[in-house]
Design a binder for this molecule. Structure first.
Ligand code: NAD
Length: 251
């Protein structure tokens, strides 16, 4: 049976760790050539190695998603190395601090918004022309349940709500050019992002799972599976959605 993403080219930002790494590995296992994009070179090279050790194809590009020149170079790498672009998973993000809104600095607010929201906009700005010049394709942006309801800090929640709006705007505008744009909204996922906050507050694991019907966190692979589906022809009529993958917490 043909692999679901055979011969396609994918960009995954934030692919040096957590959800991005799991998605890069999932897409590569499904046959895609993957541009592993991240600000962290060591983690990115490790992702490439893990893909290559399973017979997959990947290349690392060092990119700060807030830097337009870097983002342009990332998309150009996909075009030059693999001849185009079919899938983009715009996923790089940071959690920021959990301080109350009134105690946050303007710099903290701007950093979270720059990476989590402007970074997704910049990526789409440069990915869409390449996606539309080929046979179209699919974009999956990483939002969060914090993109659907208040969860975490004010800047984080605002940035993730922004990703949902940006996703819808692009989905409506580019549908007739053959590009579907959706967002994935994970609940709590066991990644280095969450492990960092558990180091600071070890008892928080219960608070994170108490109101969780499945009684546990997600594994990054469970989010990657959803992204790979949203990026595939199997979801060909799903467009402009913010899909919660949160084990029923919002239910
Ligand atoms: P992670 O910290 O494991 O991975 C985030 C990656 O983004 C890292 O590799 C980091 O180097 C990269 N990154 C950070 N700033 C960057 C920049 N300026 N340019 C390029 N790369 C940059 O975290 P994760 O949990 O895998 O998070 C991935 C995405 O999922 C984030 O957008 C996050 O907000 C979102 N998310 C995570 C959870 C969760 O519970 N882990 C839940 C909902 C949404």
């Amino acid at each position: 049976m043909a692999l679901r993403h055979n011969g396609k080219t994918a960009i995954v930002t934030g692919a040096s760790s957590g959800i991005g790494r799991a998605t890069a590995k999932r897409l590569a296992a499904d046959g895609a050539n993957v541009v592993v994009a991240d600000i962290d070179e060591n983690g990115g090279q490790e992702t490439v190695q893990q893909i290559e050790s399973k017979g997959g194809e990947a290349i690392f590009v060092e990119v700060d998603v807030t830097d337009e020149w870097d983002v342009e170079a990332m998309v150009e790498t996909a075009r030059e190395t693999y001849g185009g672009l079919d899938i983009a998973h715009n996923n790089a993000g940071i959690e920021g601090t959990n301080d109350p809104l009134t105690e946050q600095s303007l710099e903290e607010w701007q950093q979270v918004l720059d990476i989590n929201l402007t970074g997704v906009w910049l990526a789409m700005k440069h990915e869409l022309p390449v996606l539309t010049e080929g046979d179209g394709g699919a974009i999956v942006n990483t939002s969060s349940i914090a993109g659907l309801a208040a969860d975490g800090s004010a800047p984080y929640t605002a940035s993730k709500h922004g990703v949902v709006g940006l996703t819808k705007a692009a989905a409506v505008r580019y549908a007739d050019e053959g590009v579907r744009v959706n967002a994935v909204c994970p609940g709590v996922v066991r990644t280095p992002m969450v492990e960092r906050s558990l180091e600071e507050h070890p008892d928080a694991v219960e608070a994170m799972t108490d109101d969780q019907p499945l009684g546990r966190m997600a594994e990054p692979e469970e989010i990657a599976e959803t992204v790979a589906w949203l990026a595939s022809d199997e979801s060909s009529f799903v467009n402009g959605h913010a899909l919660p993958v949160e084990g029923g917490k919002l239910a």
